[in-house]
Design a protein around this ligand. Sequence first.
Ligand code: ZN
Length: 133
Amino acid sequence: MTKIIELTVKTGERTQMIDITGDILKLVQNSGISHGLCHVYCPHTTAGITINENADPTVITDMLNTLNKLIPVDKSYLHREGNSDAHIKAALIGASETLFIQNGTLRLGTWQGIYFCEFDGPRNRRVWIKLST
Ligand code: ZN
């Protein structure tokens, strides 16, 4: 059994998607695991993890603009903390992804990257990673 590794992510905007593929790839390559699974988990209720295109940065801009249009910051939500939009966005994106480790590296699609999705930043955030054979 491998232990859970914690990554820290410092976000700079209220809504933001940060490419963490390189950080996770380093952990996989340093783990000595040739074949297995890489679980990436976000332990926050107003942030999430997703996999999407990391070739054209306008895709991320379009995703964030669309999420903000569909789920605006709106004062009519009941939740007193005032960040219901962030909770809803986080629920839609999801808290985790599971990736394949093959030949000591991550097997991702050609255009895919792993993103930490901030919806109530800026904050210091954590990502938990577990690698298994
Ligand atoms: Zn809240």
